[in-house]
Design a protein around this ligand. Structure first.
Ligand SMILES: NC(=O)c1ccc[n+]([C@@H]2O[C@H](COP(=O)([O-])OP(=O)(O)OC[C@H]3O[C@@H](n4cnc5c(N)ncnc54)[C@H](O)[C@@H]3O)[C@@H](O)[C@H]2O)c1
Ligand SMILES: [Zn+2]
Length: 381
């Protein structure tokens, strides 16, 4: 991993949302063009870079340099890494720092970091002075293919994840694929689960391509840009058709109903990263679909094999500490799923599959067969 690669012409993906349309630029060293792009987009604007401690160590200096080169004033706001910053306290810290940096209505907030920073900085920008614009520079694979696309911003409540938030679209997204070279292999793999999700939910040809090209994607070759661009295009197309998640956007939750319950059951800890929960959740959704006769069992096996090939967990038994500490029982997992915000009036909404590339929204899934299915999965060795 991390062999130096040559830079390439960026790929542009447009997110078509009327007068809020914006571009995602994907490529090695697109970060180098941040200053000139901002100067063109918003002449004279001041900026504030919101980032976390880890990303600040590796990428803040470079970001400040490219802004300096374009003569753009910048302040920086550094928060602690991880979900602990996606809180009321984190929001207060960022908003107060943005006010102190004299960020006004025509200025720009720059979110430099993973999904935590994108959500926190975007939310802060949406509230500051009743809304200032922001630019996303997503630095994790998950943020590049998922959280930086679609405009959902927010923080966690002590009562649940992402319960406080707004829709606030960025004005520009720069997804620099070279920045991913400093991400830990485990974080990279977790983000990859969301990449594979786009193939699994709506694009069998992309899934087949991933089966053949995943090694180059991990090592940082041109396959990485293609995969990020294809993922962004898939999400952008769905978001453009259903920005507020009244219908089709729910397909993006493939693997997430099971996945969130597993994350909650492991206390949102290091035991299971979000993408790892999604990987196991997708396999469970596929196996449950196969059991119901909706899709061939061979498709569920194909999905599990690919995720396992890249080193992702695919079974409940793969969760760290499963043998020693166990996991919640089936009833507890059902209760956690019932708390999920995708549940409407007690009925479970699941994203199920009819095949690789063909996910469907199943609105009225009865709890009993799901509980029975989970009980059998928990009992496996
Ligand atoms: N808004 C949305 O639509 C949306 C969608 C999916 C997920 N999310 C949110 O995104 C968050 C998860 O995002 P994440 O996985 O990026 O988490 P994260 O932002 O916590 O980043 C993961 C870790 O990687 C580190 N990191 C990030 N980029 C790095 C780099 N280039 N080099 C070295 N280290 C780096 C971070 O410091 C952090 O420790 C969750 O809070 C989730 O709710 C939001
Ligand atoms: Zn996700």
């Amino acid at each position: 991993m991390n062999a130096p690669q040559k830079n390439s012409t960026p790929i542009t993906v447009e997110v078509a949302l009327g007068d809020r349309t914006y571009e995602i630029l994907i490529g090695r060293d697109v970060l180098g063009s941040l200053g000139t792009r901002i100067a063109r987009l918003r002449p004279g604007a001041r900026t504030a870079i919101v980032t976390d401690r880890t990303v600040a160590k590796t990428w803040l200096k470079r970001t400040e340099e490219v802004l300096d080169q374009a003569g753009i004033a910048h302040a920086s706001v550094i928060v602690g890494e991880g979900e602990n910053s996606k809180t009321y306290a984190g929001l207060q810290q960022v908003c107060e720092a943005l006010i102190a940096a004299r960020i006004e209505r025509n200025d720009l907030v720059i979110a430099l970091g993973g999904g935590v920073i994108g959500d926190l900085a975007g939310f802060s920008a949406s509230l500051l002075r009743r809304g200032v614009d922001f630019v996303q520079v997503p630095t994790s694979l998950l943020a590049q293919v998922d959280s930086s696309v679609g405009g959902k911003t927010g923080i966690n409540s002590p009562q649940g994840k992402n319960l406080i938030g707004t829709f606030h679209q960025p004005v520009l997204v720069l997804a620099d694929t070279a920045v991913l070279d400093t991400l830990s292999p485990r974080q990279f793999r977790a983000g990859y689960a969301e990449v594979a999700k786009y193939g699994a939910l709506g694009d069998e040809a992309f899934f087949t391509w991933l089966e053949a090209n995943h090694a180059e994607l991990f090592s940082g070759g041109a396959a990485r840009e293609h995969a990020v661009a294809t993922s962004c295009r898939a999400k952008a197309a769905i978001v453009a058709r259903d920005e507020r998640e009244t219908g089709e956007r729910a397909l993006l939750n493939l693997g997430h109903t099971f996945g969130h319950a597993l994350e909650a059951a492991t206390g949102f800890s290091e035991r299971l990263f979000h993408g790892e929960g999604v990987a196991i959740g997708m396999v469970l959704a596929a196996e449950f679909s196969a059991e119901r006769g909706m899709m061939p069992a061979s498709d569920a096996q194909r999905l599990a094999k690919h995720l396992a090939d890249v080193g992702l967990p695919t079974r409940l038994q793969d969760i760290a500490g499963f043998a020693q500490e166990g996991l919640a029982d089936a009833d507890a997992l059902m209760a956690l799923m019932a708390q999920d915000k995708k549940v409407k009036r007690g009925e479970l909404t699941f994203i199920l599959m009819e095949g690789i590339g063909r996910a469907v929204i199943a609105n009225k899934v009865e709890p009993a067969p799901v509980r029975d299915f989970l009980q059998r999965k928990l009992a496996q060795t």
